[in-house]
Design a protein around this ligand. Sequence first.
Ligand code: TA6
Length: 308
Amino acid sequence: MIVTLTLNPALDITYSVAELKAGTTHRPRVYAQAGGKGVNVSRTLHALGRETVAVLPLGGFDGEAVRAELEASGVPHHAIPIAGATRRTVTVVEGSGLATGFNESGPEVSADEWAEICAAVGSLLETAVLDGAPVLVLSGKLPRGVADDAYAELIALADGFGVPTILDTEGAPLLAALAAHPAIVKPNAHELLDATGMSDSRAAAAELLERGARAVVSSNGPDGLTALTSEGSWSARPPRIEGGNPTGAGDASVAALAVGLVDGSPWLELLADAAALSAATVLTDRAGVFDAEAYERFRFAISAHPED
Ligand SMILES: O=P(O)(O)OC[C@H]1O[C@](O)(CO)[C@@H](O)[C@H]1O
């Protein structure tokens, strides 16, 4: 069982246009679906036939739309009602594959709502532990009202059940979480440099390891993924893709990392799979949706290699 938690979910809207031209009117192709990083991870895992549940606070009109879409698409979920209104995230994707995002900041989560979220995660993990070896995935930006050490608190909670965590976030919440020893942190290259204030990715990943992460996997778009642990470093590069939609490609790699953690896969296999799933996600118009045929092809074509 892979439990994902998206503290600031969204009604994810994708506008596909040939080219974005400021100051003009566009008539886009539109997709609207439940989103936020952890939701995309659960959607991917569900499509892979893996057991998952997406935990998310929901409120307001768009929160209802998110809930209805999750019901319709069959992604297992556990919603915690909140007073604030769930946000929208809008991505405009051009034919070239260039994606421009507009991520609203989202609602405030009260202290009581935060306590309910923690209790829900705790009881899901407690049950999941009885059924096997679960993993907890923590993804995305924190909502207002929740302290920067929220992820640290959740990692400690999971640790109490012996459950490893994968964390995909940025900035202060990422840094605050490291001392709680997440099994894997997955910042993208920009977030990695931004969090550490460094200019070299390898040194920045080493810094996160030094501060407590057990493994650092950084994603760098078409350049692929690099993992760093105390045992070594490995990289995998996806095939070159023209066009598509890169939104949610990082979430697909987190889904693959979670599967690898559950299965106990070696890093070479795990990274190659993450690069393949993420590339197969770029090929589709929608975040959190991958091209199954391409995924099978890429899995055999991509191999990871150790870094010096
Ligand atoms: O939590 P944020 O960092 O604002 O990211 C949310 C967004 O990220 C995505 O999951 C893509 O990774 C979008 O679907 C969108 O909902």
